[in-house]
Ligand binder design. Structure first.
Ligand SMILES: Cc1cc2nc3c(=O)[nH]c(=O)nc-3n(C[C@H](O)[C@H](O)[C@H](O)COP(=O)(O)OP(=O)(O)OC[C@H]3O[C@@H](n4cnc5c(N)ncnc54)[C@H](O)[C@@H]3O)c2cc1C
Length: 441
């Protein structure tokens, strides 16, 4: 029986613990500083908006941990001594391990802006951040959000839901245009403005000004403007939470460096989730993948290794999903902001300007490479299958209705999509009848 210690009770650490318990009798301890119990970080916004209570975001009942012999320690790990296999906690105690899993997630980026540590200046990552936003939103006359990514737009939606005027500073010339193609990015620009959010593209934060009590009172932008506000959200990306490891001898870059088996350079020390960085990115994926499902997959993988079945992290086809205010977004495979040399694109947008699909495929072979869908919900399993089978764009378009989650959508738009593709490409594709058998199989 080994003594396994996990730092971090997010999706990665908790998945590792659950799977180690399923497979073994090892002693398991999870140490985390943020909350007593695991909660779903992705649901933080819904607590603020009143759709859920914090308790509802906890996937397991509080008795679950004791019943499954997973010991929970609420503390911050100040340092790791890998020679002595010992952790030093901020409560003055220390803890030994045989196997250590680092699953410490991310922290919001701060780029040294003057005023970034003032009161009412906060990221939107932790339960504590949520508490800060809740507190300072009570008397907020205007909020400024800095950084136009997925978390920034969530924070904007949260504040707008409480009728707080929001100014959104986005460094790029169009929303999230390093990731989204121009068409989708512009659709989201329009949608943000429709929600009466004051979107300032191509605008950087220079400084946050303080009132006499040390609370933010305004931001200054690189356009020379001073915007009065008394809540500032810093949502300019996240980076791995690894600074406490700097003297540990564990190899770090931006994150904790790991191989495909999620092992660090130190025997019996592993890293998973947002804080892990692959030495060599896997295929087209990023070396650090700060998404929920990859944390879960890494947790399962490391559990197998620790329980005697050394396994490689195999993330499969890339997918992701998010919500931009009222517009749901899904992506499967690869649709880069700009097509590569060998790639062609097909774009269809509904006349309401809130639904679109964007397909990326190989110009010569016609192999399907990826799809973005906005405002339309598609079936993950279908796209995963088509990517795996290396299907052609023609096959995907002819069978698109098999991937459709929302038959009403296709009743209205299927012909239009195919007609547009046929017109642009001189093809004569015909929609194949929906295969219910395949959908329910
Ligand atoms: C607002 C928001 C919305 C999101 N929405 C989505 C989404 O829709 N889809 C998606 O795929 N992803 C989403 N993400 C990203 C996703 O939540 C993360 O990828 C995921 O939570 C990372 O899990 P993790 O287990 O690696 O780390 P975390 O969830 O960050 O957990 C790590 C834990 O370790 C603790 N810790 C850190 N250092 C120490 C230390 N030294 N000692 C003790 N404890 C420590 C931290 O306090 C934290 O509790 C969202 C993130 C945020 C912030």
């Amino acid at each position: 029986m080994k003594n396994v210690v996990i730092i971090g009770n997010g999706i990665a650490g908790v998945t590792a613990a659950r799977h180690i318990r399923k497979k073994s009798n090892h002693k398991i301890t999870i140490i985390s500083a943020e909350t007593d119990y695991f909660f779903s970080r992705t649901a933080l916004m819904y607590i603020f908006m009143g759709h859920m209570k914090f308790e509802h975001t906890q996937p397991y009942e509080n008795w679950f941990w004791k019943k499954n012999r997973i010991e929970l320690v609420k503390a911050y790990v100040d340092s790791v001594n890998t020679d002595a296999k010992e952790l030093v906690l901020d409560n003055g105690t220390s803890l030994n391990y045989d196997d250590l899993i680092i699953a410490t997630g991310s922290k919001p980026n701060k780029f040294g802006w003057p005023g970034q540590d003032l009161k009412a200046v906060t990221g939107m990552y932790s339960k504590q951040d949520l508490d800060t936003i809740t507190h300072y939103s009570k008397d907020c006359h205007r909020a400024v959000i800095v950084g136009g990514g997925l978390i920034g737009i969530e924070m904007a939606e949260m504040l707008v839901s409480k009728n707080i005027p929001v100014t959104f500073l986005v460094r790029e010339t169009s929303f999230w245009n390093k990731v989204l193609p121009a068409e989708e990015s512009e659709m989201i620009n329009r949608h943000i403005k429709e929600h009466h959010i004051d979107l300032r593209l191509d605008t950087n934060l220079v400084e946050i000004l303080s009132d006499e009590n040390g609370r933010a009172k305004a931001v200054v932008t690189d356009k020379g403007e001073t915007i009065a506000c008394n809540l500032v959200g810093l949502t300019a990306g996240v980076s791995p939470n690894v600074s406490f490891l700097k003297d540990s001898g564990i190899d770090l870059d931006r994150g904790v460096l790991v191989n495909r088996q999620l092992e660090t350079n130190i025997p019996n020390v592993y890293a998973i989730g947002d804080c892990a960085q692959q030495h060599q990115a896997i295929g087209e994926r990023r070396a650090i993948e700060a998404v929920w499902y990859t944390g879960r997959m890494m947790g399962e993988t490391v559990a197998r290794t620790i329980c005697g079945k050394p396994s490689e992290y195999q993330p499969g086809q890339w997918f992701n999903s998010a919500k931009f205010l009222d517009i749901e977004y899904q992506t499967y495979g690869w649709v880069w902001a700009k097509p590569r040399e060998n790639e062609a694109r097909f774009y269809w947008e509904h006349k309401d300007g809130k639904k679109c699909i964007h397909i990326n495929y190989d110009k010569d072979s016609k192999e399907f490479i990826g799809i973005n869908t906005f405002g339309i919900r598609m079936r993950h399993q279908k796209f995963d299958q088509w990517l795996h089978e290396k299907q052609s764009v023609h096959h995907v378009l002819e069978h698109l209705k098999d991937a459709n989650f929302d038959p009403e959508f296709y009743a209205q738009h299927e012909d239009e999509i195919l007609a547009k593709f046929n017109l642009e490409n001189g093809t004569d594709l015909k929609a194949k009848k929906k295969s219910w058998k395949r959908i329910f199989a």
